[in-house]
Write a protein that binds this ligand. Structure first.
Ligand code: FES
Ligand code: FES
Length: 173
């Protein structure tokens, strides 16, 4: 993805952007300096997207943008113009949890829950890329996401269970 943006507007001037978030198109005016994470939280009310740091390390702000997991604190909202974004709020369908959400629940893979939306979105991306990851691949795949509470082990178990659930689901379709 080409992330280069050339703006012909002043820093205070707003820019109109269109983004498709969880299947719905939104059109909003944003300041060019606005981070995608703040756009999602403040302009669209998607407060599952968390801020855990200001250095791009923690991954609490992870969302899927055009099929790739991104740390939304590292992307400007104007860079998302025309993009399709998926956040945790877009995973459950008709009140039924996504298999990854179910797996996190069943394996006790969260405590305070602050890192969880980011972990689940990263898991979503990881299992899309690699449906049969080894434990090492899971640990490496999630290494951009930090958790203070769980010690990671149950998160790894949840990802293994999610992989299995997704395979079973695919087999029945
Ligand atoms: S908020 Fe920590 S990486 Fe984005
Ligand atoms: S569950 Fe608390 S930070 Fe991960």
């Amino acid at each position: 993805m080409d992330m280069a943006v050339t703006l012909k507007v002043g820093p205070e001037e707003k820019v109109r952007i269109r983004v498709k978030v969880n299947g719905v198109w939104y059109e909003r005016e944003v300041e060019p300096r606005k981070l995608l994470v703040h756009f999602l939280r403040e302009d669209l009310g998607l407060t599952s997207v968390h801020v855990g740091c200001d250095t791009g390390h923690c991954g609490a702000c992870t969302v899927i943008m055009n099929g790739v997991s991104v740390k939304s604190c590292q992307v400007l909202a104007v860079q998302a113009d025309g993009a399709e974004i998926l956040t945790l709020e877009g995973l459950a369908k008709d009140g039924k949890l996504h298999p990854i959400q179910e797996a996190y629940w069943e394996k006790h893979a969260l405590q305070c829950g602050y890192c969880t939306p980011g972990f689940i979105m990263e898991t979503y991306w990881l299992l899309g890329e690699n449906p049969n990851p080894t434990e090492e691949e899971i640990r490496r795949g999630l290494s951009g996401n930090l958790c203070r509470c769980t010690g990671y082990q149950n998160i790894i178990e949840a990802v293994k269970l999610a992989a299995q659930k997704l395979k079973e689901l695919k087999a029945t379709q």
